[in-house]
Write a protein that binds this ligand. Structure first.
Ligand code: GNR
Ligand code: NI
Length: 174
């Protein structure tokens, strides 16, 4: 297993549409495991393949609390097959937008069909933080970040700050 570096916005790889996997083979399982390890190393509750530079429709999530047993989940080609009429508004963060947070409104519950690590079709019904996280990860597969759900004023403030800190990083590491 390997900890992969996580891409920080702005970056064209975070704006791209990811491709479905043909089947969950050994390479996809290795990607899932590397993504889980990278997610845990970064203290995240979810990660999408485009965040590690792989434009495939693969996401991982684990919303268990620090004092609970871990609940790693890996989903390939996830599709929402049902969403609730009721919405939930929650503060979101993103490992690709470090240190920035904003409230985002989404359906409060979803049913998602996906391929598991055995290449079997499964369905997951999620509510609460799991529903938020799965939808946030699925957005990454479309090249959508949580800032795309908020006002352009707030989005531009966040993206300008990240652009600035990337430039500072280049100077420091030069
Ligand atoms: O670690 C993460 N926390 C989080 C908090 C609220 C809503 C969504 C998330 S996902 C995020 C990890 C990440 O960037 N996944 O793409
Ligand atoms: Ni994210």
């Amino acid at each position: 297993m390997a900890v992969l570096p996580i891409i920080v916005a702005p970056d064209p790889r975070l704006k791209a549409q990811a491709e479905p996997v043909e089947r969950v083979d050994a390479d996809v399982v290795r990607l899932m495991d590397d993504m889980l390890e990278s997610m845990y190393a970064a203290h995240g509750i979810g990660l999408a393949a485009p965040q590690v530079g792989v434009l495939k429709r693969v996401i991982v999530v684990d919303v268990s609390k620090d004092d609970e047993e871990s609940q790693p989940m890996a989903l390939a080609n996830p599709e929402v097959v049902w969403e609730s009429d009721e919405d939930i508004t929650r503060e979101e963060g993103c490992l690709s937008l470090p240190d920035h947070y904003a409230e985002v409104t989404r359906p409060s519950a979803v049913r998602v069909r996906y391929l598991d690590r055995e290449n079997e079709i499964r369905e997951l019904e999620a509510d609460g933080i799991l529903a938020v996280c799965v939808q946030h990860e699925m957005d990454h597969l479309e090249g959508t970040l949580f800032v795309d759900h908020i006002s352009s004023l707030k989005r531009n403030i966040i993206l300008r700050k990240l652009t600035k800190s990337k430039k500072l990083g280049e100077v420091v590491s030069a």
